[in-house]
Design a protein around this ligand. Structure first.
Ligand code: ZN
Length: 67
């Protein structure tokens, strides 16, 4: 868990931002995300990168638990 956190932090420093999925679309570039990919994001099976803008996608629930 700690390693994964640092990996995301490190990516953020390398011009990669973390955005939430909003209404089935990337929160960064607003392109639609395929349903299967949305499912992977919600279930947090793996780190999903937006294929359009390269941002790291997380579910809105993930953001809420961090607050
Ligand atoms: Zn995007």
């Amino acid at each position: 868990m700690y390693v994964a956190y640092n990996r995301v932090r490190g990516n953020a420093k390398n011009h990669l931002a973390v955005v939430t999925v909003k209404r089935g679309a990337c929160g960064g570039c607003f392109n639609q995300i395929p349903p299967q990919r949305q499912l992977d994001i919600v279930q947090s099976k793996k780190i999903i990168i937006c294929e359009y803008c390269g941002r790291i996608l997380v579910s809105p629930d993930f953001e809420q638990t961090n607050e």
